[in-house]
Design a protein around this ligand. Structure first.
Ligand code: IMP
Ligand code: MG
Length: 187
């Protein structure tokens, strides 16, 4: 049995709630905002969330990498930049999880270099005790007090587990099982 943190039903109700919050914000904007999904972790969340945004928005994607296994390498690499011109528009960054905040800080700084009107942050999970300094998240699914390693619904362990429709907190046994799959596959 897995330690389920969010079932797919719970995820859908979070998407409906945040989708409504984003809709209300978008309706107040003069120009059409851009919702930017951070690949690959936020893809599942982004796709479900967008279904609940009932106002005109543009979408774009950016890809960075920093994680290996269950810990951040701390070094961020830009894999794919924005392709949509965000100048003068509000950008809403959609992430799966904010952990130490290093990735989000990098993303905000980088996206600001594209000259948007403002940058807002949306995350399915916010691990509030994992970062050295507090960090403002505009739209949050779940605030996490514990720094567990989560898998499923876009969140991966060495690229495995993104396809699982719910999110679970990984035990040592779960990680060992995934390591066995990875070892077998690399032969
Ligand atoms: P940060 O830079 O330390 O905030 O890490 C953020 C990124 O690390 C997220 O976008 C995820 O891709 C990844 N990450 C952080 N925590 C977890 C987790 O519990 N499971 C899977 N990926 C995670
Ligand atoms: Mg990510």
């Amino acid at each position: 049995m897995k330690n389920i943190v969010l079932s797919n039903e719970q995820i859908q109700s979070i998407c409906a709630r945040i989708g409504k919050e984003i809709t209300d914000l978008v309706k107040k904007e003069d120009r059409v905002p851009v919702i930017v999904g951070v690949m690959k972790g936020s893809m599942n969340f982004m796709m479900d969330l967008l279904k609940y945004v009932d106002a005109p928005v543009y979408t774009d994607y950016i890809q960075i990498s920093s994680y290996e296994g269950t810990s951040s390498t701390g070094v961020i690499r830009l894999v794919k930049d924005l392709s949509f011109d965000c100048r003068g528009r509000t950008v809403i960054i959609v992430e799966d999880i904010i952990d130490t905040g290093t990735s989000m800080k990098y993303l905000i700084k980088h996206i600001k270099s594209h000259d948007p009107a403002k940058v807002l942050v949306c995350a399915l999970f916010d691990k509030i005790n994992a970062r050295p300094e507090p960090f403002h998240t505009d739209f949050v699914g779940v605030t996490l007090e514990k720094n567990d390693f989560l898998i499923g619904y876009g969140l991966d362990y060495n690229e495995l587990g993104r396809n699982i429709p719910y999110v679970y907190s990984a035990t040592k046994e779960d990680v060992a099982e995934l390591d066995a799959i990875l070892n077998k596959d690399s032969k």
